[in-house]
Design a binder for this molecule. Structure first.
Ligand SMILES: [Zn+2]
Length: 423
């Protein structure tokens, strides 16, 4: 026990001593461009940082060929070239459990710069680091490297191997994570350091996107009653989808999601209809996202949506004769669920408790993430834990508290010692 306390104390001191270097690493990462599809500058920086730490480092861009057959799981890609992923291995002495520490490099656009009061390409103020990607999730990539720095500073050799994965395309479906799995990267567990606000997230929902097309009949507005408005036919379906969302929330349960008032939102994100103010619109196309909890399969969730829309349409004489078309398109994301009893969950709970003195909150996440790909295609228990509040992600003035970043770093360093074993 005394030895363990010493190790924890040494890790904590090393992380605190490295505060400035860690802060600057995150600022460098935030300054490096990394829009989804154009991650190369950040990948080069990550590669250099991994090599500088003496890790066995490789980088590669996923190819269309290896993704053939998986488009449904990661979405269509606008491009493949020059989107390097980085994998770096800290070889263990042997005899311990291995761990993958994963983070995505890509970030969403800055949006309207006028909405930012801080520099989107990086700024420190009030103990926080601001900038696009500071929270989601260059903070997580920094956590991983800073945790390895703490082990190095303490002269710790682990028994198990640690693989750092820095991947592309998460915001768009998970191209880099899937490519890593397909190229054989495996470990006894995967921890993705997404911003979870220092909570353990062992599960996330699935999400499906579909296109709903409703057909009406054109007529001149002056003789509106001679036509059938596709828009008017859509309105009752829209209201019924809202009722469907409420019912699903009331009838479906999962212990990690019941805290959310709307755990599986249905969002009508796009509606196109009509061409001319004086013409009754004969066509409406809506693009809609629906979530589903772990426990319901993707096929079941799809069928539930189809049945609901068709039942509503059947109440309308026109729609009974001209049924709406439903087309699933883009990435259809599976849910993920790693039982809290799994050793990796228990190890994170213990490491967080060792560092902070408190048990971490445990929750599910109402959005999709790369975790599902490691679990489904790699067969690896997969969880998320990291600093930063996801509410900051994708928003103006995105930021992360430096103290939280260091807490996550200490927890991950402690986890590595506990999980992989110290030689
Ligand atoms: Zn993220």
């Amino acid at each position: 026990m005394a030895v363990e306390m010493d190790l924890t104390g040494a890790i904590g001191a090393a992380v605190d001593r490295n505060r400035d270097a860690t802060t600057h690493l995150l600022l460098d990462l935030v300054a490096a461009p990394s829009l989804t599809g154009r991650e190369a500058p950040t990948a080069l920086l990550m590669k250099r940082e991994c090599e500088r730490r003496g890790l066995a480092t490789k980088s590669w861009s996923a190819t269309a060929k290896e993704m053939a057959g998986y488009e449904m799981h990661v979405g269509e890609q606008a491009r493949y070239r020059n989107r390097p992923n980085v994998a770096a291995v800290r070889k263990g002495a042997g005899g311990g459990r291995s761990l993958i520490l994963n983070g995505h490099m890509d970030t969403v656009p800055v949006g309207d710069p006028a909405l930012w009061s801080r520099d989107p390409s990086g700024e420190i103020a009030g103990g926080r680091i601001y900038g696009r990607g500071s929270c989601d999730m260059k903070g997580g990539l920094t956590t991983i490297l800073a945790a390895l720095d703490a082990l190095d500073a303490c002269g710790i050799t682990l028994r198990g191997d640690v693989t750092v994965l820095a991947t592309v395309g998460e915001e768009d479906g998970g191209l880099g994570a899937l490519s890593s799995v397909l190229r054989g990267y495996r470990a006894d567990a995967v921890v993705t350091t997404e911003p979870t606000n220092l909570r353990l997230i062992p599960a996330h929902v699935g999400s499906l996107v579909f296109r709903l097309t409703i057909t009406g009949r054109n007529a001149h507005a002056a003789m509106r009653d001679a036509g059938v408005s596709a828009f008017e036919k859509f309105v009752p379906i829209f209201h019924d989808l809202q009722a469907f969302e409420r019912e699903r929330n009331e009838t479906q349960h999962h212990p990690l999601f019941d805290q959310y008032p709307n755990k599986m939102p249905i969002n009508v994100g796009v509606v196109h209809t009509g061409e001319w103010a004086s013409t009754v619109p004969d066509r409406l196309v809506a693009e809609i996202r629906t979530g589903f909890l772990p426990g319901e399969t993707m096929e079941q969730a799809q069928q539930a949506v189809i049945d609901r829309i068709m039942a509503q349409a059947n109440q309308d004489p026109w729609l009974r004769e001209h049924p709406p078309a439903i087309e699933w398109f883009g990435g259809q994301f599976e849910s993920a669920d790693t039982p809290v009893a799994e050793p990796i969950c228990q190890a994170i709970i213990a490491a967080h408790e060792t560092i902070t003195g408190q048990r971490p909150d445990i929750a599910g996440m109402t959005g999709g993430a790369d975790m599902r790909l490691f679990q489904r295609f790699g067969g690896m228990p997969s969880v998320m834990y990291g600093a930063g509040d996801a509410i900051e992600a994708h928003a103006p003035d995105e930021s992360i508290a430096i103290d939280d970043l260091l807490t996550a770093t200490k927890t991950v360093a402690q986890l590595l010692c506990d999980w992989c074993g110290v030689a």
